[in-house]
Design a binder for this molecule. Structure first.
Ligand SMILES: [Zn+2]
Length: 285
């Protein structure tokens, strides 16, 4: 696990930016590369630690998990003498997290899905909402961090984590990369670590308190009429699932109104497979 450290000429907060905790999630690697090229010690207050590839083993094998099949993002805070995942998590906690005041962790959707660029965090935390406003991703989704995730382990030490999810595994998505890069620079500016960075022009922050997956009630071939980023109304037809001959067609409807924040990129579905993920929208704040 290699880290790039940029130490500003003036002392200030220490922030880490991590990517590829899931080894096949690549957008964050490109985001960290682009952010790193923008950082100059003379314009920086504090220190930035960049770890483009946390799960090096998964990255080399184009795999989400580690060679021992464990999910690194369910292995934090880890331990010195535990499994491979536990040891890697422990190293990251000791060498990076514990030295920082804030973290930015970059993810994409899992294989077979595409995520709208989005921030995840606790909307009841005013500091996190302020950072989300600065980042200005298309939407900020409320959620507690999963047990044994990096975000949870850092939060347990009182260290906040900005979690950005965008695009899909195994791909570089230029829109997701651009929004992520600009968002990080804006967050650093809002922390007064950078004097020069774009300011958010978004006046309203879209916030969602709850989300719902629409799952396939039948197996078959999905023809989707909508895509990530579209707004849907309750009972709106979002597509059909059919068989290979077109004999049987099953209509798929949106069970709630909201913004589509993720969709399945593979058309072949088994019963129960996710089709789209809808976020209900709260009043803009
Ligand atoms: Zn991930």
């Amino acid at each position: 696990m290699r880290a790039e450290v940029v130490r500003g000429t003036k002392p200030g907060p220490v922030v880490w930016i991590s990517s590829s905790v899931h080894g096949d999630e690549l957008n964050g690697v490109e985001i960290t590369r682009q952010v790193f090229r923008k950082l100059k010690p003379e314009n920086l207050v504090g220190t930035i630690i960049i770890v483009p590839v946390v799960n090096v083993f998964g990255f080399n094998q184009e795999m989400r998990y580690l060679p021992d099949r464990r999910d690194l993002n369910r292995s934090f805070p880890g331990s010195k003498r535990g499994s491979m995942a536990a040891r890697l998590a422990n190293t990251f906690m000791t060498e990076v997290v514990k030295k920082c005041d804030l973290g930015i962790d970059l993810h994409t959707a899992a294989k077979g899905r595409y995520n709208l660029p989005q921030l995840r965090g606790d909307i009841s935390d005013p500091f996190m909402t302020e950072l989300a406003r600065a980042f200005a991703a298309p939407i900020f989704i409320h959620g507690k961090p999963p047990t044994r995730s990096l975000r949870r382990a850092a939060n347990d030490l009182g260290i906040p984590v900005v979690l950005y999810e965008a695009g899909e595994a195994d791909r570089l998505d230029m829109t997701s990369i651009e929004i992520g890069k600009i968002g990080i620079l804006r967050v650093l500016r809002s922390l007064k670590m950078l004097t020069r960075a774009p300011v958010s022009t978004t006046e309203e922050l879209l916030i969602s308190n709850s989300t719902k997956w629409v799952r396939a009630k039948r197996s078959g071939l999905l023809r989707l009429d909508v895509s990530t980023g579209d707004f849907v109304q309750k009972k709106q037809k979002i597509g059909v699932i059919g068989d290979a001959y077109g004999d049987r067609i099953y209509r798929v409807e949106a069970p709630i109104s909201g913004l589509i924040i993720s969709h399945a990129t593979k058309p072949l579905l088994n019963q129960g497979d996710p089709i789209i993920h809808i976020a209900t929208l709260d009043r803009p704040e």
